[in-house]
Design a protein around this ligand. Structure first.
Ligand code: CDP
Ligand code: CDP
Length: 224
């Protein structure tokens, strides 16, 4: 059982989890866990060592010994600033491949749980409500149509000056959804006690308000 209250926000790629989790954590003054960035950093650390995302045995020590830190909004891997590389689609795709291994997921569990500190935690990923924080008092499953998600990701990448092509994104998102949902360990699916939120036609503000209202109904309010 978690020592501090947790809001778990799970869902497919580009559904808005990161953005919504960030704003909810900010409104409540709580800690934030972007679990996807941890899988992405394992992908970068593995690539640096020439390890293929299919090689579970070689990946486990990389995941266990991951030297990653978040400093002033920058993401450091072994002391190197990887804030841009970590967000590339190729990094997300490699992360999705290595995230299929039970041994890699197990190796990252305690690192993720260590983010649960006072006064509370907002955690986003694929298995926050099901595996990492099963006692979360609020579990949200965020979705949006694949077309809306591809369009959002496209705009996000272009705004950052990164390469993007809408057809490639649609194909990659579909492949990633299929892999994340069909894997044997911790597949992407809503927990029985999760509240579903489809953001296809919802703004970020509406999604954040929805989560904060539910948290309020369960006794957690933003500080005045
Ligand atoms: O931002 P986006 O939703 O595209 O991806 P992400 O959350 O950064 O995660 C990258 C990949 O890591 C996902 O496609 C998942 O396969 C994997 N992942 C996971 O398996 N479990 C998590 N809790 C978070 C990410
Ligand atoms: O973390 P995840 O991959 O689920 O998605 P994200 O990076 O938080 O969101 C992807 C993009 O969609 C961001 O640029 C958000 O600003 C945008 N977004 C949106 O336009 N409308 C929403 N309701 C949610 C997110």
């Amino acid at each position: 059982m978690e020592l501090f209250p947790v809001i778990a926000i799970d869902g497919p790629t580009a559904s808005g989890k990161g953005t919504v989790a960030n704003l909810v954590a900010e409104a409540l003054g709580w800690n934030l866990l972007d679990s996807g960035s941890i899988y992405r950093m394992v992908a970068l650390a593995a690539a640096k060592r020439g390890i293929d995302p299919a090689n579970e045995a070689a990946l486990i020590p990389v995941a266990t010994g991951l030297d990653a830190s978040f400093v002033h909004g920058r993401i450091l891997l072994e002391g190197e600033d990887v804030s841009v590389r970590v967000r590339l689609e190729e990094t997300g795709n490699a992360a999705s491949r290595l995230a299929t291994h039970a041994g890699v997921r197990e190796a990252l569990l305690s690192r993720q749980r260590a983010f649960c500190r006072a006064p509370g935690l907002v955690a986003d990923g694929r298995d926050m409500g099901s595996i990492v924080f099963p006692g979360a008092f609020l579990k949200i499953f965020l979705t949006a149509s694949v077309e809306a998600r591809a369009e959002r990701r496209y705009k996000q990448l272009i705004a950052k000056g990164l390469p993007a092509n809408i057809e490639d994104l649609l194909r990659d998102l579909r492949a990633r959804d299929a892999r994340d949902s069909s894997r044997a360990v911790a597949p992407l699916k809503p927990c029985e006690d999760a509240v579903l939120l489809d953001t296809t036609t919802k703004s970020i503000d509406e999604a954040v308000r929805f989560v904060l209202d539910l948290a309020g109904e369960r006794g957690v309010r933003s500080p005045a």
